[in-house]
Design a protein around this ligand. Sequence first.
Ligand code: S3P
Length: 464
Amino acid sequence: MTTTASAPTNPSAAHGHGGTPRPARARAGKALKGFVRVPGDKSVSHRALIFGALAIGETRISGLLEGEDVLNTAKACAALGAQVERLGEGEWRVEGVGVGGLATPAEPLDFGNSGTGARLMMGMVAGNPIIATFDGDASLRRRPMRRILDPLERMGVQVVESAEGGRLPVTLKGPRDLVPITYETPVASAQIKSAVLLAGLGAPGETTVIEKEASRDHTERMLAHFGAEVTVEPYGSHGRRVTLRGRPELKPAPIRVPADPSSAAFPLVAALIVPGSDVVVEGMMMNPLRVGLLTTLREMGAEIDVLEERIEGGETVADLRVRHSALRGVDVPAERAPSMIDEYPVLAVAAGFARGTTRMRGLSELRVKESDRLAAVADGLGANGVAYAIEGDDLVVEGRGEVTGGGIVATHMDHRIAMSFLVMGLASASPVTIDDISFVATSFPAFVPLMRGLGAEIEESPAA
Ligand code: S3P
């Protein structure tokens, strides 16, 4: 039965950081030069902690992203009974309790701004006969959770309580025996796929997820890395069928987290649009399901050299050398969206500096991210003199080779909107101001010092 939860239980719900918004401003200055390493991949970091908590024994993680989203997942894993310990910068150890070994947490689990943390961990707890409440900040409380609750209910999970439409706060009760299912995801979403697979760990027999468009596959890779029996087959022209044998004993396995391509996107695009720039981004994960932005930027004429491709911790990584380039508008096909879903805001910025029309197709999922990113990007473009149109689920940007800037951008508690428009300001004729930089801490706490290290002029709390 689903009932509506009463008053907020979460102190961070009103504003993720409990404080006043902190504006920031970026302005054009000198060329960007140098070598940078962006933080560890957010998707891999969440999963490293979750799988560590589900294995029996000690998992060592290096290069973990220490952003707020991932730290909330670490706290939630600890609240469910795992031992989670920070040993040094990016170095963590997790002493897991095994599949089915999670304990009822004493308090609601607070995932802050993180849809990935909340959704994956709903799947993680499903196979345990415990009760847990999931909550988050105002942004996360607005995001759809029915897409996770639907398959979990089919597997036998009880939704004890939820806010309207299945939104957070949500209280789940895991059954004694979970039912394995075959589930076709209604949208390409690694979060839905992962929630069902994580739940499937606790079910006897085979759990299968079918997706028409392949989404990022870090969960499948990590399942295999921890010794689970998982098979992945092609499905249709762009899809996959993933089958997991339930109730495995997961064995601890060391994890080295590669640099996050979604964070690398910011210095990459900045170097492309700031005249004279020459930047190397080191150790970026080149997982084929994450590099749609690279393909698109190259089609736009970006000069990006892939150097030193190598395998690190089971993923291909490379150093990317990127130089200021004359960009042209392109047509980005809808089927590329899953492999660059978080990169559209910064691609839209690049499109503003390109010459000609860029059409980004099939962006409906952008409406349900940390903010309605389609609307937030469009407003930010408009505020800075870039012509655009939203046509159905497509975003069309008319690039003029230069951007006026001078606007104030509403970030709507969304880290990627904040970073994208600061990047715009590094090359626009007038500076770009964002209303709040605080949410950058969710995925890229060192964004400002890293960009300043390349020569960027970003001012925090500028005078109005
Ligand atoms: C993620 C999947 C994507 C992405 C998010 C991280 C993941 O969401 O937007 O930032 O780690 O599984 P969807 O799978 O819902 O598209």
